[in-house]
Design a protein around this ligand. Structure first.
Ligand code: DHB
Length: 395
């Protein structure tokens, strides 16, 4: 055995004898790991598919190296089941020693995991879930999606100012639905409007027929709807089947219902639906055009929706923070996420250092056929409320 080989052999033996010191070294110089927990199966799978595609696009465009170290994204499917999310997060933190946990397709999965972020001081980037209170569940949560109060308030104001006087609200029966209902209701009544009824449908396997019959019977000026991403197409179909699209009852909603993931296939029933949200694939900025083109080139037949943008911007926030800390995690990484300002495909955004929630423009849009974009259905922005903070945090 020559000298060099002998030395290498000794080094390996030393590492085997002191596995813990070898591990510590690996943690400091090895890959920086990001645990990405998404619903890749089940009812919310479109959210997982969109965010996964956007995260992959970010890495393809920006490389897998930050501060001289390799970044590794570990994707795990929680099926949108909170117990699974929590168990997976625990494994990622304890066994894989991830620097960040990210994703969180629906509110219950984010809330179930929040205590683990606090206990382990692991920054947790919420890319999808949108109930206002989530960022208050742990000081280690940073959000890059949106909140329901942020988008439901502007559409209530728009409705009241556009000859809509009597409204029925219809929301999914859980956190974000309660937020949408409450903030639509208070703004609309403040503006002099009247709420005739408040209807709710289950998060899982909703049947819209019974609630739509109530709308047929009550004949409000408008029906306001919030449903989570993935339910819009089924809702629209039943709305049309009941003849409501031709009944004079105006449909208004948050942009979750006219979701870009499904909008192209919704058909004429969606035409003219006025809604409010923070992202449209038709947002007319250079940054967005580049984003949509690259996303579609990498994912044939798919259009990025607001979930994709939440994931893409979440990666931006993580990468920039890792650059600042040179790969260090914990409190330092969390602090480096706070206060980031940048141009997202959705427009200018800020991660509010106090609330750790996103401040962003909210657009009023109308579903139209856009000849310049293959005559497809898009949410076309026609008004904007600038730099909206989550109204859920303002007491
Ligand atoms: C949530 C999920 C969605 O799909 C959506 O569009 C909005 C909110 C949530 O569970 O927080």
């Amino acid at each position: 055995m020559n000298k060099k080989r002998r030395l290498v052999g000794q080094a390996i033996l030393a590492a085997l004898a002191f596995p813990s010191s070898a591990l510590v070294q690996a943690a400091d110089t090895g890959p920086i790991k990001i645990g990405l927990i998404l619903p890749m199966t089940g009812q919310s799978a479109s959210t997982g598919r969109q965010i996964d595609a956007a995260v992959k696009l970010w890495v393809a465009q920006n490389g897998n190296k930050v501060a001289g170290r390799t970044v590794e994204v570990i994707l795990k499917d929680d099926g949108a089941v909170p117990d699974a999310t929590k168990r997976i997060a625990q494994e990622l933190i304890v066994n894989d020693k991830v620097s960040v946990i990210a994703g969180f397709g629906i509110t219950p999965t984010a809330l179930a995991t929040a205590p683990l972020a606090t206990q382990s001081k692991t920054p947790m980037v919420v890319m999808a879930a949108a109930t206002s209170s989530i960022t208050q569940a742990s000081d280690f949560i940073v959000r890059t999606s949106f909140t329901l109060p942020q988008v439901a308030t502007p559409i209530a104001d728009w409705a009241a100012k556009n000859k809509i006087k009597r409204v029925i609200t219809l929301v999914a029966d859980y956190g974000p639905g309660f937020d949408a209902e409450k903030f639509f209701d208070s703004q609309f009544r403040l503006d002099g409007g009247q709420i005739l009824d408040k209807l709710r449908t289950p998060l899982k396997a909703p049947d819209f027929a019974p609630v739509l019959q109530k709308v047929v019977d009550a004949k409000p000026d408008a029906l306001f709807v919030f449903l989570p991403s993935g339910q819009g197409a089924a809702f629209m179909k039943q709305f049309a089947e009941r003849g409501l699209d031709k009944s004079g009852v105006k449909l208004i909603s948050t942009g979750d219902v006219t979701d870009d993931d499904q909008l192209a296939d919704m058909g004429d029933v969606a035409l003219g639906v006025v809604n409010s949200h923070h992202y449209s694939a038709a947002h007319p900025s250079a940054v967005n055009k580049k984003f949509v083109e690259a996303f579609q080139a990498a994912n044939k037949g798919m259009r990025p929706n607001f979930m994709a943008v939440g994931g893409y911007d979440g990666m931006r926030v993580i990468y920039k923070a890792l650059e600042t800390t040179k790969g260090e995690g914990g409190d330092k990484l969390l602090n480096a996420m706070k206060g980031q300002i940048f141009e997202s495909p959705r427009g200018a955004v800020l991660i509010d250092a106090q609330t750790r929630d996103i401040v962003q423009d909210v657009y009023i849009r109308k579903v139209e056929r856009v000849p310049a974009m293959g005559n497809g259905l898009y949410n076309v922005e026609f008004d904007v409320i600038k730099a909206v903070k989550d109204p859920g945090k303002q007491k």
